[in-house]
Structure formats: C-alpha cells, structure tokens
Ligand binder design. Structure first.
Ligand code: NAD
Ligand code: G6P
Ligand code: MN
Length: 443
C-alpha cells in the first residue's frame, strides 16, 4: 500500500473547495489520503465551507479524516501535498481592483491589466510565506500545487524569491478550453492533446490532436465562426454563466484576425481592451457577480446544513478545475509523467525567449517536478507580445522586492491594457491608496 498522505488545501474557505474535495476523493484508489486539512486565515469563512466539505466526505469517503485550522504549524506539519488557492484581500478587493480600473477607462479584471498587477502585489508575500511554512513544517518532499492568482506573477516572484521551493503553478483555463474543444469535436477531454506556448492567460494552442489525429484546422474553422462554443457546450455548467459565454465567443474575433494558432480566451483583454471596457459594467463587475452567485450559493448551503436542511452538493461539482489540480497531484505522487500544461521558468524551452521568462507550456509531471517540453522558436508577433508582458510582470515583481514606485510605474506603463504613462500613474496612485496594509510600501 502507498504511503498514507496528509493533504492540505490552503485557502480552505474558497468557493472551489467542495468541488476540489469531491474530485480528490474520486481518485482515492490512487491517492491514499489519510487526512485532509483545510487551512485559511479567515476562520469564520472556512468554517462555513467546512460544513459543506464534511457533507462531501460523508457522502463520498467517510473514512477520510477532515481537520480544519487557522494555525499554520498544525496545518503544514508533515504535509505531503498542498493545494493552494488563496485570494489575498478577498472578493471585496477584487471588486475594488475592477472598479478602479474601469473608473480610468481601463480593463477591470482579476488577473489582467492593472487589476491583475494590483492583485499580484497583494499576493507575492503571502505566497512566499506559504512556501516558508512548508519549508519549515512540511514533509521534506512536499509539493505545493498552486492555483492562487495571478498565477503568472506568483510564479515569477516565487522562482525569484524562493528558487528551491517545491511549487508547481497551474491554471485551469487551457484545460477548460480543451474541454470546449472536446465538446466541439464530440470526443472526450482525455482524448485531447495540445501543443501550446505563451505566458499564463497569454498563450496559444499551436496544434491539437484528438486520439493522435491532428484536428487543428477543423477546430480553427469552428472557432473562427463560433468561438469555443458548440451546441453541446451549452449544456456545460460553465456555459450557464453569460459572462463565460461572452468570453468563449470572443475567441471567434481573435482567431479570425490572427489565424496562425488558436487563442487562449484571455487574449480578449489584451487584444481588444476597448471592446471589453465597453462590455464591462462598473456597477456589476465580475467580482460582484461572483459575490452574488458562487459565493452566495456556498454561504446559503452552509446555512442550510447548519439548519439540518438537505443540500444539493452537485451544484459545487462544476468544470474541470478540481479534476485538473487533482491530476497534477496524482502525477506527482506516482511519477506518472502525465503531460499537462503548466507554468515554468523558460530555461530555453521557447528558444528565442529569455531563460527567465515565466512560460506556460506542456510538461511531463514526474515525482521530481515538471519536465518541460521544448517548444522551439516562435514568430515575431507572438514573441513581441510575450516579451512585453513578461517584462511587465518582471518589473512588477522587482517593484515589490525593491519597494520601487518607479518600477511599478514602468510595469503599469508596459501593460497593453493601459494606454499611457499618465493613466498608468493615476491608476497606480489609486491602487496604492486602496491597498494600504496589503501592498509592500513603494518609495
Ligand atoms: P475565495 O475568496 O472564495 O477564496 C479564497 C480563500 O483564500 C478565502 O477563504 C480567503 O480567506 C483565503 N485566503 C486569503 N489569504 C490567505 C492566506 N494568506 N492564506 C490562506 N488563505 C488565504 O476565492 P475563489 O474565487 O474561490 O478563488 C480562490 C483562488 O483561486 C483565487 O486566487 C483565484 O484567483 C484562484 N483561481 C485560480 C485559477 C487558475 O486558473 N489558476 C482558477 C480558479 C481560481
Ligand atoms: C478561469 C481562470 C482563472 C480565474 C477564473 C475566474 O478559471 O483560469 O485564473 O481565476 O477563471 O473565474 P471567475 O468565475 O471567478 O470570474
Ligand atoms: Mn487561470
């Protein structure tokens, strides 16, 4: 029998926790989980989510022991695998980021543009602290698999500040897009294999195979017309959300303008920010929609459980988000060498980009971490875009480390969603004011 594992979810109070736990328990033939720990800094919030998690465990695997704590020493002592999903500042700060950007006529988004950089500044040091907890308390062979956003900035900062940390940064968007591709092709997600390059939320699918057969041209034809939406996908839980339908459809515009590859949906924020600003509503930002939707449903379910009312757990089992992170953990445990799209230091994988670029590419997940594939050279348009964004993210990380206002201003100015250094300065000054107590001080 494999070693009995202690698995920790950091950000236990996240709206995604019940879904991830379900997907984890579904794999317990392969993942010999003894104790599942939830760790968060917000005890009250985590306790609510824990009520739902208890129901999930009771239904799926009552033998698994659940522990809930806000004490880092307790949480991380002898931990084997840590799944991180912290939202520093919470959804309240997400809404602030979005609204401040929109007030200045810029894209107001969680991970892109000024919103993403602001969230990055909040998240760098809490993530470094998580690594330090793991280094101090966890099993020597611990792995952190990190979803905490903005993943691109978190990854870059942690490689720089804690280069030896055992952390793998991931994003579910490419896999969610592959799920849409499978729906378009009427095949299974497991049958899809992609070649992909870029940065996180800033990449392109160069080839897609279904059971080994190249289906790239077929997909391009569909995506140019309809985006990543098919009749089948309208039954998918994610597509019940009008915002996501809008996003998946926007890929039609991008892929008919730039025909070489299939785009990540997040290109809409960088390549058509004007249209996105028109679409966004400062009084109903995405963060507000999540507060009034996903978060409300979580809190309502917790309340119902407390009152002894029945709760439909299915509502939390949405999309590939949980399955993907669980698959990465499973590959780490068993040295499966499964091929996943992951965020790694470039180190020559994309030949004509600098080694310290933080790229999202395919890699084989072994028990020693990721073995990235070599992508080769990329054409000038894509290289130019990526170098600009990687420089922007790099400058932001340097600003946080050096406490440099000017580097932060350079980062904001470098971002494609911000039209001028004058707007960048106004945005930065407003973000500094709004993030007192969250940001490192900038001088
Ligand atoms: P949420 O606000 O519902 O949950 C986040 C939890 O993190 C909260 O309970 C909060 O108290 C906790 N937290 C904040 N700071 C912490 C810290 N320092 N240590 C431990 N816990 C802390 O947010 P959500 O919408 O469920 O999203 C969770 C995270 O996952 C966010 O960062 C989000 O951007 C990210 N996410 C990433 C991907 C991806 O593709 N990488 C996909 C989905 C969500
Ligand atoms: C995708 C992205 C994540 C992002 C999430 C936002 O899953 O890959 O990085 O956090 O979307 O979704 P939301 O529903 O919170 O807007
Ligand atoms: Mn993502």
């Amino acid at each position: 029998m494999d070693k009995e594992l202690k698995i920790v979810i950091c950000g236990g109070g996240s709206t995604y926790t019940p879904g991830i736990v379900k997907d984890l328990l579904d794999q317990r033939q392969k993942i010999n989980i003894k104790e599942l720990w939830l760790y968060d800094i917000d005890e009250e919030r985590q306790n609510k989510v824990a009520l739902i998690v208890k129901e999930v465990i009771k239904t799926e695997a009552p033998e698994v022991v659940l522990k809930v704590t806000v004490n880092p020493k307790e949480a991380f002592t002898d931990a084997d695998y840590i799944m991180a999903q912290m939202r520093v500042g919470g959804l309240k700060m997400r809404v602030k980021d979005e609204q401040i950007c929109l007030k200045h006529g810029c894209v107001g988004q969680e991970t892109c543009g000024a919103g993403g950089m602001t969230y990055g500044m909040r998240t760098i040091y809490p993530m470094v602290q998580l690594i330090d907890y793991c280094e101090e308390y966890a099993s020597k062979k611990y792995w952190i698999v990190n979803y905490s956003n903005p993943a691109a900035i978190v990854a870059k900062a942690t490689y720089k500040l804690r280069p030896k940390a055992r952390i793998i940064n991931i994003c579910d968007m490419p896999v969610e897009i592959e799920a849409r591709m499978a729906e378009i092709l009427d095949c299974k997600l497991e049958d899809i294999e992609s070649d992909y390059f870029g940065l996180n939320h800033y990449g392109w699918f160069t080839h897609v195979r279904c059971k080994g057969v190249d289906v790239t041209d077929k997909l391009k034809e569909h995506v140019r017309k309809y985006g990543y939406v098919s009749e089948a996908s309208m039954n998918d839980a994610l597509l019940k959300d009008p915002d996501w339908v809008h996003t998946f459809k926007n890929s039609a515009l991008i892929s008919s303008m730039f025909t070489d590859y299939l785009p990540n949906t997040y290109w809409q924020y960088y390549l058509m920010p004007d249209s996105i600003v028109d679409y966004m509503d400062i009084n109903n930002t995405r963060g507000m929609q999540v507060i009034n939707g996903r978060e409300k449903r979580i809190f309502k379910a917790a309340e119902d459980i407390r009152e002894g009312k029945p709760v439909d757990l299915q509502q939390f089992y949405v999309g590939v988000h949980g399955k993907f992170i669980v698959k990465v953990v499973e590959s780490l445990i068993h040295d499966e060498r499964s091929r996943q799209l992951v965020i790694v230091p470039n180190n020559g994988a994309i030949e004509n980009l600098s080694d310290d670029a933080t790229v999202e590419i395919p890699g084989y997940v072994t028990d020693r971490g990721v073995e990235p594939v070599r992508v080769g050279s990329i054409p000038r348009f894509y290289k130019g875009l990526i170098e600009q964004q990687d420089a922007c993210e790099g400058l932001l990380v340097e600003a946080a480390i050096e406490h440099s206002y000017e580097k932060a201003l350079m980062a904001f100015t470098m971002n494609r969603t911000i039209p001028s250094s004058l707007v960048a300065k106004k945005l930065l000054d407003d973000m500094i004011e709004a993030n007192k107590g969250y940001w490192p001080e900038l001088k």
